[in-house]
Design a binder for this molecule. Structure first.
Ligand code: ADP
Length: 190
């Protein structure tokens, strides 16, 4: 299996690039943020819980997120590989993903980390707010908190994969196609 962790701060372009990568590599895309938003829209218990964290720019608790991710992987037992987008976001999630994939006789193939300066992220998120309708994009204080949470809790996850020799840093500034080209180059090199 080819299992890609697409990594980067809020607004780095993970969702946009995932859409292009799905068709190019024939992988199943799992975005934890999208699954939470789907649950919010459908007013499930999980959605109500997730919303209380997401609206503040905090992370949904690990146990909840890990269980949900496991269920999404199980739903796609015939996949030839996955793009994990927005997961893992903590060291505990990274350890859980390793364990989950090991149980299926596979592992993370690589982590592609999109590198985008903080000022550019803020500009992109404010712009996205105009079309996304996402409460967490519309409020500068929430955006700042998401970036702070990323720096404190999520950025260290890259070290976990670096230690396994799986980290590939990719410049996330440029046109969508330029960045897509860089990601493909990193993936094809292995
Ligand atoms: P972005 O990366 O642009 O902030 P996402 O859609 O990936 O957007 O995530 C939106 C929100 O969903 C996060 O701020 C967080 O509250 C929640 N979330 C998504 N993925 C996770 C995760 N793996 N662990 C905990 N919370 C998550």
């Amino acid at each position: 299996m080819l299992n890609l962790v697409l990594f980067g701060p809020p607004g780095a372009g993970k969702g946009t690039q995932s859409e292009k990568l799905i068709s190019h590599y024939g992988l199943v895309h799992i975005s934890t943020g999208d699954v939470f938003r789907f649950n919010i829209k459908n007013e499930t218990e999980l959605g109500k819980l997730a919303k209380s964290y997401m609206d503040k720019g905090e992370l949904v608790p690990d146990e909840v997120t890990i269980n949900m991710l496991g269920a999404e992987v199980e739903k796609n037992s015939d996949a030839k590989g996955f793009i994990f987008d927005g997961f893992p976001r903590t060291s505990a999630q990274a350890a859980a993903l390793d364990e989950l994939l090991a149980g299926k006789g596979t592992s993370v193939s690589m982590m592609v980390a999109l590198d985008v300066p903080e000022e550019e992220l803020k500009t992109r998120l404010m712009k996205r707010a105009e079309v996304s309708g996402r409460a967490d994009d519309a409020d500068p204080a929430v955006i700042q908190n998401r970036i702070d949470v990323y720096n404190a809790q999520t950025a260290p996850v890259a070290e976990f994969y670096k230690g396994q020799g799986k980290l590939r840093l990719v410049n996330g500034v440029g046109t969508i196609d330029e960045i897509f080209g860089r990601i493909c180059e990193a993936m094809d090199k292995g």
